[in-house]
Ligand binder design. Structure first.
Ligand code: GLU
Length: 300
């Protein structure tokens, strides 16, 4: 007898990088994600993306946790730290390397910038595939000599294997049942880095693996990461991982029309707290899309 399938339990995560304190846009995003999960009787999880050795700081981890508690954002279960999941990133890299989809890249940022003819993708110049042409002996020699290298995916070959898979988008604001099917376009991003010279895994790889390991069913994040979804969907297809549904919310801009960034200290949640702003009132305002000090939603 077949068992009736249980309704899918919604799991949503908020996944800040501890490279600075949270700003109002992060607070809004976290509240949206928590409310969506709670509204569906699901779970809301917190993941700290702390494997960027050059920019992650332990004091920012503590600050982020403090900011979220202050704003009334509460998560379920333990916090997931990417720095404790390095083995799973290594295993996935080994698997992709074994099936011939990765190659070492010894180029420096300057090398890549110097190739002026490089075509552009959604996030800047596409990697001109300089190291793709190296032969196996030279790769082995340079690795053995300890030359710093990243690992890039051979995107054309990867797409050949799994095609360009589709993903499900829930348009923002999320309304019951409205979904769109989007065709991923991983080729537009070129041979992206999956393991960095200075970090054990790139954002694309760690995020994709963690979402699957945490059973994330819905990813809610800013529109700036919509393009990344093409890459995440491809990695899911290659690694046999389930694909969550994606919601990309608009970004906030400051009075100058520029996107909020951690460098704009004036709109950090910690500063609002220091100014005596009441967290309940701020959370209510953010939920109603009334943003403080000239901040507004960017036009899509
Ligand atoms: N850690 C990323 C950031 O702070 C967000 C990752 C995601 O939501 O997929 O921008």
């Amino acid at each position: 007898m077949t068992q009736p399938t249980a309704p899918q339990h919604m799991v949503i995560r908020f996944a800040p990088s501890p490279t600075g304190r949270l700003h109002v846009g992060h607070g809004w995003s976290a509240l949206l994600a928590m409310d969506m999960a709670r509204g569906a009787g699901g779970a809301f999880r917190l993941r700290i993306e702390d494997i960027d050795g050059t920019r992650s700081r332990p004091e920012h981890v503590a600050g982020i946790i403090e900011d979220l508690h202050w704003l009334g954002v509460e998560w379920d279960g333990d916090i997931v730290f990417q720095s404790q999941r390095l083995d799973s990133y290594d295993a996935a890299l080994a698997r992709l390397r074994d099936i011939g989809l990765l190659y070492p890249c010894f180029c420096t940022r300057a090398d890549i910038q110097a190739s002026l003819t490089a075509p552009h993708g959604p996030e800047g110049p596409l990697y001109p595939r300089t190291c793709h042409g190296l032969d196996a002996a030279e790769r082995a020699r340079r690795i053995a000599a300890g030359e710093a290298h990243a690992w890039r995916i051979d995107m054309a070959r990867a797409v050949e294997q799994v095609g360009a898979p589709g993903w499900t988008s829930l348009p923002f604001p999320v309304q019951d049942g409205r979904t769109e099917s989007v065709k991923a376009d991983p080729l537009a991003h070129g041979d992206v880095v999956l393991a960095r010279k200075d970090a054990p895994a790139s954002y694309h790889l760690s995020c994709t693996l963690d979402d699957a390991a945490m059973g994330v069913t819905h990813v809610l994040r800013g529109l700036d990461l919509r393009g990344a979804t093409d890459i995440h969907r491809l990695l899911q297809a290659l690694l046999g991982l389930p694909s969550p549904a994606y919601v990309h919310h608009p970004l906030l801009v400051g009075p100058d029309g520029r996107r909020l960034a951690k460098r704009d200290g004036s709109i950090a949640l910690a500063d609002l707290r220091a100014q005596g702003v009441a967290p309940d009132a701020l959370a209510a305002d953010l939920r109603a899309q009334r943003f403080p000090i000239g901040i507004r939603l960017a036009r899509a």
